[in-house]
Design a protein around this ligand. Structure first.
Ligand code: NI
Length: 183
């Protein structure tokens, strides 16, 4: 396995629509996924899509750490989930705003609207189909990663670019404001 170089915003591969994986690609996908797991762990993120490591194919991985799980969700956290050829559909029309970062846009975070609840499915590494309903942060991370497969980065989803901040300033000004107002 190997730690792969992560493409940063501005690299054209991040703006391409990624190709679906065919069953014939089994062995190379296994290798790619192994390398992506190692890369994600090294980078300290919660999700990674193959285009971010310069492979324009439809593979994502993510997890929901305990501290990011929604307090009202039945599922407290989600273990590392690998999805090949994932699909997402919204459940209802409700959207909500939440702060997102991206390993391809280091040092920044932005306030991004996402569907509150989604249904998603994709093929696991062992060939079985994973199908889940997700809300809150879980739904947000899946929408973020699947967007990477369609050449979409989170700033392209933002409605208000005044809500794009460097992490240090976010901690100093935005997190403080949230503490004061609860928003
Ligand atoms: Ni990202």
């Amino acid at each position: 396995m190997a730690i792969l170089k992560i493409a940063r915003m501005g690299h054209p591969i991040l703006l391409q629509r990624a190709e679906a994986i065919s069953p014939a690609q089994g062995q190379s996908v296994r290798q790619l996924i192994g390398d992506m797991v190692e890369t994600l762990s090294d980078a300290g993120g919660v999700g990674l899509a193959a285009p971010q490591v310069h492979q324009s194919v439809r593979v994502i991985m993510f997890f929901v750490p305990e501290e990011r799980a929604a307090p009202d969700a039945e599922e407290k956290s989600v273990p590392l989930t690998i999805l090949i050829n994932p699909e997402v559909e919204p459940v209802g029309k409700d959207t909500e705003l939440g702060w997102e970062g991206c390993l391809s846009i280091p040092g920044l975070q932005g306030l991004v609207p996402r569907f509150r609840t989604i249904r998603y499915r994709g093929v696991a590494l062992d060939g079985t189909m994973i199908e889940r309903e997700a809300s809150g942060f879980h739904a947000r991370v899946v929408q973020h990663e699947v967007d990477h497969l369609d050449g979409i980065l989170y700033p392209m989803r933002m409605r208000d670019l005044s809500q794009l901040a460097f992490n240090e300033e976010w901690r100093r000004f935005v997190a403080e404001r949230k503490e004061m107002t609860g928003k």
